[in-house]
Design a protein around this ligand. Sequence first.
Ligand code: ACO
Length: 335
Amino acid sequence: MTGLTSVGILGTGSQVPDNVVTNFDLEKRLDTSDEWIRSRTGIVARRIAADNEATSDLAIGAARAALDDANVSADEVDLLIVATCTPDRLMPATAVIVQAALGATKAAAFDLNAACSGFAYALDIATQALRGGAYRRALVIGAEVMSRTVNWNDRAVCVLFGDAAGAVVLGPVEKGGVLSSYLGADGAGANLLYIPAGGYREPNTPATLEANRNCMIMNGREVYRFAVQVMGEAVIKALSQCGLTPDNISLFVPHQANIRIIESAAKRLALPFDKVFINLDKYGNTSAASIPLALDEAVRAGRIHAGDIVVTVGFGAGLTWGANVIEWTAKGSSV
Ligand code: ACO
């Protein structure tokens, strides 16, 4: 990497809606049980956005917290990416709403949609952009209101998801930072997890709404199979790119979709479970927000220290996947 700048995470932040919906709340309105959801997924509760709360509102809160944490002002940010598959509107990008609210007037701003892998993708794209020296400060945000994508009568899907945002500020550091990333996609699996209507192939009409074609359709078993396989593989490939192995991992921060998927990945990597960060019990699957929210909570819980090798991995609709290897940098070490 001679001649190229190292790029590290200078600060983290997150925001979740106030409204907590527990499995017991769902039991009252659906043919499901706390026992089923907890044992099949590890989820106990999720946060659901208020009617007047959208992806940008959560993103703005998370971004402000990350900027504060990094001691970076909004007008220093020159690149702003919102990873989301639940944008406020199809046009313009949610990122410009966030940019205006923050006063990040010097930032190029765009959305990135790689579903639950969105944060892994955005972190790599921003790192590459900063590494070349064209940008100095990037805000990478994962934000979602997944609760608006599900049919609340479809028990196989609606119990899994929640709403949240997480953000990181990236900047040049002396050494360490994002060491490598490994991203992948397989569009042959596009129909395993998708929302049929609401784009421009099939705009929503009273008939599509009546048929719930504006809601997510998921082949849970196939997605499960794919996730178990790809998580371990992506982590090993990302680690090998920077000459590391799973033994070097200080903390594993996987996409928080299902505890059984995470357990299989940890087993595959021969990682003891005390090196795995879990918060899906509180939030469920928050898609692109899941990893940055978990990173922020892990930092605040004292689970991540300077010099640690933190490995993240996401997977989701597309199908897509992505892993990042990060050597955590000390506060104030930006150059
Ligand atoms: N409550 C009670 N019973 C339920 C519920 C529920 N909420 N949901 C499904 N069931 C029933 C099913 O109807 C089925 O009943 P049947 O045997 O009488 O037909 C039974 O439970 C078993 O269903 P399965 O689908 O086989 O359950 P499984 O053990 O596979 O778990 C799950 C389902 C949790 C969805 C699992 O497949 C999974 O986690 N898949 C991965 C999903 C995922 O991570 N998706 C997100 C990807 S990220 C993104 O980009 C959005």
